[in-house]
Design a protein around this ligand. Structure first.
Ligand code: SF4
Ligand code: SF4
Length: 491
């Protein structure tokens, strides 16, 4: 269960060892959230406070504001973020993407995965502690509500063991009603990321019978989020999230993680009031006074002194807790800090390894490809193919004509009047049907097109044509096609 476990040996002669609640090897054998029989051990993490927590709170509010406003923020009329998997329509930073943009998606996914790898290799699970919506909502929203209603860890424990009085019922009911309401808001936010904010609005205002599927998902998402935040909690990170599982393949001894400085802290042992620091050192004890404050605040219930573990989400709560203790006993801060194993073992500063460099090269390459693909992406996707089975025709004025099937996908959120122009040679292009060929927003339109050329422009009976696709006089795309005619102009 542990990753890069630091080589801390149990202190066989430490008089406090027997009294310690944690068995030295116990953490390897079972999760902190389960007892030996596999039953859930409910965690009551102490309310964190300190420098890192203040930073994390500020970052969290910012990210949560973006998360909840995301589906409602518009750029050029498009949502900031929309992942409509049902209709296969996606909007990222206001740019609409279609299934036809699969190449862009593949490159973006590769870039995303490589970025996660390089980021985790360099900075561990920074994502989990600082930006993951699960952690942000659990620690910064639901946990804070719980502290406000039920009090800190000690009061929460006491409340759990207390008999069911009116006060306890009221507190529990208030907490769960708020949790359910918040889960409803989160569920609807997720739904609006999938179907868009307008359809969500329609589901909530129209006759419910017209939106049974939408309502079913609304209820399902609400129940799932309520179950996660009210009951499942930190187990989502430990059991379900795949990132926590595969991080062990990405971190190494140079990765910056929340780490305990075992060289400075061990052997740990309680602080004796009259003992000076020199006397403590002389007795073989390190700076860790075994107060277990770092364990008390940990939302996943682990003891960071056992080394980097799969459950650690790098939330920094233990750094703050330990810094407060170090401050009180007048020892330097940072017994638990952001550090790599190498920096703790050998005092090496952060190293830009060749592994990191190679990941970075891949990221830069992928980012460049993605930028080119996005910036050269046209508002339309046009195909112009000769109508199968149709040969060329001669017009009364001696020209050669070919019939084509035209298909245009409008990727924008506005209707586009489309006009075709021959770019590579002289000739006429006529779009058949209505006078103006307009492709409605986010739709595909098809029609027939007749192209007429003077036989003199044909070489060996055919010509390669470049056609410009224009909208309101602006060239938005060029397509290539082939024109066929008689082998000789007299033929
Ligand atoms: S060990 Fe520290 S950083 Fe890791 S989850 Fe626990 S409190 Fe957060
Ligand atoms: S908070 Fe610091 S001093 Fe206290 S047990 Fe944890 S590491 Fe040791």
């Amino acid at each position: 269960m542990s990753l890069n476990r630091v080589p801390i040996e149990p202190p066989p002669h430490d008089p406090h060892a027997a009294a310690q609640e944690v068995n030295w090897e116990d953490f390897r054998d079972h999760l902190t959230t389960a007892d030996k029989q596999g039953h859930r051990r409910w965690l009551y993490p102490k309310k964190p406070s300190g420098r890192w927590y203040r930073w994390r709170t500020a970052v969290s509010w910012l990210l949560l504001a973006v998360l909840f406003a995301g589906p409602f923020i518009r750029i050029d009329g498009n949502p900031l973020l929309l992942l409509n998997i049902v209709e296969r329509r996606f909007s990222i930073f206001g740019q609409i993407f279609w299934p036809q943009d699969a190449v862009i998606f593949s490159v973006a996914m590769l870039l995303f995965l490589t970025s996660i790898i390089i980021f985790t290799t360099a900075f561990g699970r920074l994502w989990c502690g600082w930006t993951c919506p699960q952690t942000l909502l659990m620690e910064m929203v639901f946990r804070k509500i719980e502290y406000a209603i039920e009090g800190d860890a000690v009061e929460q424990r006491a409340l759990r063991q207390a008999p069911w009085t009116t006060g306890k019922i009221l507190k529990k009911a208030a907490k769960h009603v708020i949790f359910f309401g918040l889960s409803f808001v989160i569920g609807n936010t997720l739904l609006s990321y999938i179907i868009g904010s307008e359809p969500l609005f329609r589901i909530t205002t129209d006759n419910p019978l017209e939106h049974l599927t939408g309502l079913a998902f609304m209820i399902l998402f609400t129940l799932v989020f309520y179950a996660i935040f009210a009951r499942f909690r930190e187990q989502a990170c430990t059991f379900i999230c795949p990132y926590g599982r595969f991080q062990s393949t990405m971190i190494d001894e140079n990765t910056m993680v929340v780490a305990y400085d075992h060289k400075r802290g061990e052997r740990h042992g309680h602080l004796h009031r009259d003992q000076t620091h020199e006397e403590r050192q002389a007795s073989g004890l390190g700076d860790c006074i075994d107060c277990r404050q770092c364990v008390a605040v940990c939302p996943t219930g682990i003891d960071i002194r056992n080394g980097t573990q799969m459950e650690c989400v790098n939330c920094t709560a233990c750094i703050d807790a330990c810094d407060a203790v170090m401050d009180k006993i007048r020892r330097p801060l940072g017994l638990i800090r952001y550090a790599s194993l190498n920096s703790i073992e050998r005092g090496e500063p952060f190293k830009f390894t060749s592994r990191l460099a190679s990941y970075l090269v891949v990221i830069c390459g992928l980012a460049a490809v993605l930028a080119v693909l996005v910036f050269t992406r046209a508002d339309t996707q046009t195909t112009l193919l000769r109508t199968p089975g149709a040969l060329f025709q001669r017009t009364p004025d001696g020209k050669i004509a070919n019939l084509y099937a035209l298909k245009v996908i409008n990727k924008t959120t506005r209707d586009l009047p489309i006009e075709l122009r021959l770019e590579s040679t002289e000739g006429k292009v006529r779009v058949m049907g209505a006078e103006k060929f307009v492709v409605l927003k986010e739709k595909l339109a098809q029609t027939s097109v007749l192209i007429e050329l003077d036989p003199s422009v044909l070489r060996g009976g055919n010509a390669k044509l470049k056609i410009g696709v224009y909208s309101e006089g602006k060239l938005i795309e060029t397509v290539d096609t082939v024109f066929v005619g008689p082998r000789s102009s007299s033929g």
